[in-house]
Design a protein around this ligand. Structure first.
Ligand code: AMP
Length: 284
């Protein structure tokens, strides 16, 4: 059964009646196979899954795409209903508030800021973005009180920010990171891919191919890191890169001299659309 809820009052009422544990998947809607992979994982683990669809104004900068962000609620609900047919004994509660005041009812809102991680990479380019993300996720956790919450590793820094927030604030929820779902050619699925022309989509493959080239250059060996850094430096001559970096996979520190797990993170920009991708590497 899929139940659609649009007000916070109703959400609270339904949640109070829930006796067992619930899993949670927060999204901004315009669902694709990446989102569906999260809900499937949640439905496998838990009888009751809460799923939010909310385009959170707090995580968009003043000149970003909040107004034109694709809102496709009817189609999203159909996809969720279809997904649930594979899990006949499960329940899916969709919280889809249209009015931001449902989520943030007071003018003087608390702002949640995760120290350090929020200010680098994406956070440096999009000031305040991760505060907006942490603030909405904190609020949704307060309302949904999940036992587990599922996030895509597509937004790897966001995943680390949320994990850090939960640790720092002692929130009793397990954060689960799920693999990136890609198109066959490697392009990571994203709601923003629809802003791209077919030619740009092809051009955007440089992002995934570059990550794979860097992975191949390292081949899991520390001694190959200088060669990989040279490769990155060469690639950065292309001014469409916002960044392309090798960082520690846990801390996102630039100092990787003692790291055993690394992440390569990149943002490649085509006109106003910033394509974001990453992968994780083990060093031996
Ligand atoms: P969004 O609706 O873009 O805020 O994303 C909601 C959740 O879906 C986040 O945890 C994202 O990391 C995750 N997600 C988005 N795209 C993908 C993808 N291609 N593969 C896996 N997870 C994804």
């Amino acid at each position: 059964m899929v139940r659609i809820i649009t007000t916070t009052d109703e959400l609270q009422q339904v949640r109070t009646e829930e006796k067992g544990p619930v899993a949670f998947v927060p999204t901004m809607g315009n669902l694709h196979a990446g989102h569906i992979s999260l809900v499937k994982a949640a439905l496998k683990e838990c009888e009751v899954v809460y799923f939010s669809i909310f385009v959170n104004p707090k995580q968009f900068g003043p000149h970003e795409d909040f107004n034109r962000y694709p809102r496709t609620l009817e189609n999203d609900i159909n996809l969720l209903k279809e997904c649930l047919t594979h899990f006949p004994n499960r329940r899916l509660i969709v919280y889809a508030p249209v009015n931001p005041a449902e989520v943030f009812p007071h003018k003087s809102e608390r702002n949640i800021s995760v120290f350090g991680l929020s200010k680098i990479l994406e956070g440096a380019i999009r000031p305040g973005h991760f505060d907006g993300v942490a603030t909405v996720v904190y609020r949704l956790f307060e309302l949904v009180k999940p036992m587990t919450a599922y996030f895509g590793l597509k937004d790897y820094q966001q995943f680390l920010v949320i994990r850090q927030m939960v640790q720092d604030l002692f929130i009793p929820v397990e954060i689960i990171g799920m693999p990136i779902i890609r198109e066959q050619d490697g392009l990571a699925l994203s709601s923003r891919n629809q802003y791209l022309t077919p030619e740009e989509k092809k051009q955007g493959l440089i992002l995934y191919h570059s990550l794979k080239e860097i992975e191949a250059a390292i081949r899991g060996k520390k001694e190959n890191l200088p060669a990989a850094q040279n490769l990155i430096a060469e690639k950065l001559h292309d001014k469409n890169w916002n960044y392309l970096e090798l960082r520690d996979a846990e801390t996102l520190s630039e100092d990787i001299s003692t790291s055993s797990r690394l992440t390569v993170l990149g943002v490649y920009q085509l006109r106003t659309t910033r394509l974001l991708d990453n992968l994780q590497l083990e060093l031996t």
